[in-house]
Design a protein around this ligand. Sequence first.
Ligand SMILES: N[C@@H](CCC(=O)N[C@@H](CS)C(=O)NCC(=O)O)C(=O)O
Length: 297
Amino acid sequence: MVSHAAHGPPRLHRPRLAVPKTEGSRSIRKWTGSWAPHVIRSPSLPVSDELHLPINSDSTVPPVIPSPTARRKKKRQVAVVVVAMGVEVCVKAAVGHPDTLGDCPFSQRVLLTLEEKKVPYEMKLVDLQNKPDWFLKISPEGKVPAFNGGDGKWIADSDVITQVIEEKYPTPSLVTPPEYASVGSKIFSCFVMFLKSKDPNDGSEKALLTELQALEEHLKAHGPFINGQNVSAADLSLTPKLFHLQVALEHFKGWKIPENLTNVHSYTEALFSRESFVKTKPAKEHLIAGWEPKVNA
Ligand SMILES: N[C@@H](CCC(=O)N[C@@H](CS)C(=O)NCC(=O)O)C(=O)O
């Protein structure tokens, strides 16, 4: 994974080509300029078919030998190389640490989806405190995640992005059956209400417990995951939110998910220890730093 914390997408330059003297019937061209050659975006090529091109100045471009007539007519030639653009995702950088992955659960949801499907991607960290111009151009609302599937078109919103990823990379399927799609969907808003609440009697804790209890019952009947034996999109949406809930409520309120919700506990343990999650999770201190201003507002 490559991150471009403070910089935008790499600029593309036309190469400077030197056409050396003809050696016998072959003409060898060498790159004399810096990378990169003129690029044609080719969304039709799958990422795995990306062409790996010579990139140092000594590299030899496979010779294209024009006929003598063509050579006379066309003195200057431009090499055109086809490169498949890869998947790119803009995600939140940690507060105060623009080079470190941050604590956006919606960004993590997208990363989890790509990781579970083993789609290679380039991650671009965005400092939301200081949004760069290149980011505001591709995400006018200034929100992460933003996703480019390789065709240069940027899309926002994790609901839309994960749907697009599912359509483009259907294997393994992460489709959640419609009847289970909203399981756990109110937990995050209830958690935020309770976290920000300064009134212990405003019902926000009870509302969160009701939602966690509903998840417990669903998992008991259909688990271990929302859609049974296999992880699906609903789990990948909920897991980062449950991580925020667990870390932030313990830190700010000394509150933990009740022990009797055993299925919820097994669920979070199973998901938090998955490779995809370990690879994409925020550090606890960054998650806490992300919530601090909202809790103390
Ligand atoms: N509904 C959006 C929510 C995305 C969102 O709210 N992202 C937050 C970061 S977690 C954001 O970019 N906020 C803009 C800001 O903080 O300036 C999604 O699912 O992608």
